[in-house]
Design a protein around this ligand. Sequence first.
Ligand SMILES: [Fe+2]
Ligand SMILES: [Fe+2]
Length: 196
Amino acid sequence: MKQKFIEILKSTNRKGMENVLAKLEELGFYEAPASTKFHLSYKGGLLEHSMNVYQAGLTLREQAVRINPELESQLPLDSIAICTLLHDVCKTDIYKEAMHSRKNDSGFWEKYQGYAVDYEAGMPLGHGEKSVIMLLSWGLELKPEEMLAIRWHMTAWDLPMQSPEHKSSLDAAKKKTPLVSLIQLSDGFASGLVER
Ligand SMILES: [Fe+2]
Ligand SMILES: [Fe+2]
């Protein structure tokens, strides 16, 4: 799966991708879980989630273009690859191994190896915005539409409370490019349906 992930990203021929791949290796992206105890909370879960979002992105794009052919040029395949596979790079440096407790089938509490979040371990810059900043700081050339799609991939879930500015920005981003909605839907499709 790791080889496939690298192959797809290299095939975009995007400037700066080699350095992004080196950084992901260095920071442990391929060993990270996708969450502490929700979806794919095990070693390699983040890679698996990213690949699921990529598959969802291709499927949703195909269906959307079939219904509305005008979308084809606004949803380029290299943008789908970059946004789906790299939308959650912000999670690369936030997990650490930790022991958790759960009740087993006999009703007794047992300890198990899981993960906890440590935001101070890396750069605590938020979520989607953190992914964009990390990618840019590693020298990746991102199109404006891709920055919007990665920044806003969580829909309204990570909107700061009572922030009309953020809410308006999200609305405007969705109007600017259909890539924002496609990446939001692909992430929700993967985490909400495929990874249940
Ligand atoms: Fe995310
Ligand atoms: Fe995600």
